[in-house]
Design a protein around this ligand. Structure first.
Ligand code: NAD
Length: 262
């Protein structure tokens, strides 16, 4: 088996596919032979020629809306003839203390990071059950493994996402549907990270603080790349992981292990 075609003829949906981890995952899955449908509520014009060359179909999809999500899943399953893979990467951050969080901000964070995964999983599992099973990978966060003080609402959304992943894994093993999550640490070249760093008065110092909290990132003097997260997703959706379900793989340089040495 050539590694380039690990996913030959598989049909995949990637939410949040326009940017960062979702974009890197869409491109990697396509390179390994999958027919990829990338849904995002924001289109990035520069993606068009790259996605077109990779055979990736871009669709407008707000994961907070069931009608959008259902259309994305149904289009992939109908035109691809099946649905094998769902990667839930759409997500938003919320760095704010709980006393300052508005109801609208809570809803936006939980609706995107959690309800969006529920909606996509619901419609994807219905399709996967009609076929030979499938694989779902949720992009959670180190914050889902070890909650943080600076973003309680985001940490809650990701902690719940890890629990959701494990529960669905238990429910749907009998359908040959595997459900796993990946928990990244600080990932560079993502709009989420850039938005956070842009708010910081001293960007270089903020980067150093992030590296200090992640032992391997610190040792390599760089953040994690979107491609390094996508590589874990590729493993989880491939047949190499056929007996792997309910796991939360930390791609965080050791950030969620505990308190690093000073
Ligand atoms: P990103 O901002 O580059 O990508 C997120 C994508 O999700 C964007 O393209 C955005 O348009 C899309 N999106 C947001 N809300 C949406 C909605 N309602 N409907 C459809 N699309 C929507 O950032 P990223 O880092 O690639 O984020 C991907 C995932 O990784 C997120 O779930 C995030 O929580 C998680 N994550 C990121 C980091 C990091 O350091 N960047 C760390 C841990 C986890």
């Amino acid at each position: 088996m050539t590694t380039e075609l690990l996913l030959r003829d598989r049909v995949a949906v990637v939410t949040g596919g326009a940017s960062g981890i979702g974009r890197a995952t869409a491109l990697l899955l396509a390179r390994h032979g999958a027919r990829v449908y990338a849904g995002d509520y924001d289109r990035i014009a520069a993606n068009a020629p790259i996605f077109s060359e990779a055979g990736i179909v871009e669709m407008e999809c707000d994961v907070r809306r069931e009608d959008h999500v259902e259309t994305l899943i149904n289009r992939a399953a109908a035109t691809g003839g099946r649905l094998d893979i769902l990667v839930n990467s759409a997500g938003v951050g919320l760095v704010k203390q709980i006393t300052d969080v508005t109801e609208a901000e809570w809803d936006a964070c939980l609706d995107t990071n959690l309800k969006g995964v529920f909606l996509a999983s619901k419609h994807a599992i219905r399709r996967m059950k009609q076929g030979a099973g499938g694989s779902i990978v949720n992009i959670a966060s180190n914050a889902g493994l070890l909650p943080r003080a600076h973003d309680p609402v985001y940490s809650t959304s990701k902690g719940a996402l890890v629990a959701f992943t494990k529960s669905l894994a238990l429910c749907h093993a009998r359908d040959r549907i595997r459900v796993n999550c990946v928990c990244p640490g600080p990932v560079e070249a993502t709009r989420m990270m850039d938005a956070d760093l842009d708010k910081s008065p001293d960007r270089a110092a903020a980067v150093q603080n992030l590296l200090a909290a992640s032992p391997l990132a610190r040792a390599h003097a760089r953040m994690i790349t979107p491609d390094e997260v996508a590589a874990a997703v590729l493993y989880l959706v491939s047949d190499a992981a056929l007996m792997v379900t309910g796991t939360a793989i930390a791609i965080d340089g050791g950030k969620s292990l505990g308190v690093p040495p000073r």
